[in-house]
Design a binder for this molecule. Structure first.
Ligand code: S3P
Length: 388
């Protein structure tokens, strides 16, 4: 093959002696662009790696190595050659996966040993045990596997001839403010309730007071401090209190929910996003903290865009409780957790829930203002396809 896909940006992972650095050099020589070698970069900044290990220990090395991986992931490099232990950093690997395809270089153990025999590497005597321990990680992250025993560039070109496989089989996608436009639904519904009971305050004031109340009580629900019923009876009591008006809170709650039930507002591009994932063979399930009779109606707007819907009221627990995810998993046939990802806009329910349950997480944050421990953060749907 003469030309490779111009968009392909590659990261080489694999054990010591698998030829990551030399393949990076060969690749750039033939195709152009910039290569980063994280070990070489480490040495440039902090001096000899073996000396660093001896002086500061492996942990300190891994910390700095992780920072270098993240920095390289955000660079304009065309290829990145990593150190053999890069796969130990989940954060580093997630950052790399976001913008690069990952190539796992392998070679028979004798070849690896022979290649590193005369070099000075701190862990070179343990290569066999280390490889055994890390093999599952190399395999997990490998989008392509390339045997470097012979001409690794030729083998790489052959491997890249087909598109990479999906990294995930299952997506658990939140509904509100991830694919449904909850902000519009909420504003319409709260204004309807307020006007119906005769409130004359400005739209902005009503909405901002309502938002402060719901942010607070949904937080309490997520933390397990109140039940769904308590939330329901509390929200307009608190709202009318804070507005300083004496309106019938129960009536307002009824009006609010009635109106919300009629809203079928889909975020721009959400249908294409969901259908696009399914077209790639990924199972997509909508997971939402909500009331069944309301969510079922509103989700009709996304009919045919998902393989199923899970609503917290029906499951009897809310995100981020691991129980919520356990029940979803059971219902969908217990997929491989390492190949399942949660996508959602809420740090406290989606991201925290995914982390609690031990699955990967992707924060959908169009504003780019949220902070979280998610494996990935994206502003746009199309960025998610690079991850999947
Ligand atoms: C290491 C591999 C080395 C280097 C360091 C630790 C490892 O990189 O990062 O000595 O833990 O396997 P190479 O794979 O380039 O030898």
């Amino acid at each position: 093959m003469e030309r490779l896909d111009a968009r392909k940006k590659l990261v080489f992972i694999g054990p010591m002696g698998s030829g990551k650095s030399s393949l990076a050099r060969k690749y750039i020589k033939k195709y152009g662009g910039r290569a980063i070698d994280t070990d070489a970069e480490f040495t440039r900044r902090y001096g000899d790696i073996t000396a660093f290990f001896a002086r500061y220990g492996e942990n300190e090395f891994r910390k700095r190595e992780q920072d270098l991986l993240i920095e390289a992931a955000e660079s304009d490099a065309r290829v990145i050659a990593t150190g053999g232990g890069a796969v130990l950093s989940k954060k580093g690997m997630s950052a790399l996966r976001r913008r690069f395809d990952i190539v796992y270089l392998t070679a028979p153990i004798d070849k690896l040993k022979a290649r590193i025999a005369s070099s000075d590497r701190p862990l070179k005597n343990d290569v066999e045990a280390i490889l055994k321990a890390r093999e599952p990680l190399y395999e997990k992250y490998a989008d392509f596997t390339v045997d470097s025993s012979e001409d690794s560039l030729v083998a790489l070109e052959a491997a890249l001839g087909v598109p990479r496989n999906n990294r995930y089989d299952v997506v658990l996608c939140d509904a509100d403010d991830t694919v449904l436009d909850f902000q519009s639904a909420m504003k319409l519904s709260v204004l309807y309730a307020a006007r119906t009971v005769g409130m004359i305050n400005s739209d902005e004031h009503i909405i901002s007071v309502y938002k402060s109340v719901t942010d607070e009580i949904w937080g309490r629900l997520e933390r397990g401090e109140i039940t769904r019923q308590e939330l329901n009876s509390m929200r307009f009591r608190l709202f009318t209190e804070r507005m300083g008006v004496s309106a019938d809170a129960d009536e307002m709650n009824k009006l609010y929910l009635e109106k919300q039930r009629t809203t079928r507002f889909v975020l721009y591009g959400a249908k294409e996003f969901l259908c696009g994932m399914r077209a790639r063979g990924i199972k997509v399930y909508i997971t939402t903290n909500s009331y069944a009779h309301i969510a079922r109606e509103r989700l009709k707007a996304l009919d045919g865009c998902a393989d199923g819907t899970f609503i917290s009221e029906e499951l009897g627990s809310d995100k981020p409780n691991p129980e919520f995810f356990r029940k979803v998993f059971e219902a969908i046939g217990c997929p491989d957790r390492s190949r399942t990802i949660v996508i959602g806009d809420s740090v406290t329910s989606d991201i925290k829930g995914g982390i609690n349950f031990g699955i990967d997480t992707c924060l959908y944050d169009p504003s780019g203002t949220k902070r979280s421990d998610a494996d990935y953060t994206v502003k746009r749907y199309d960025e998610i396809f690079d991850i999947l």
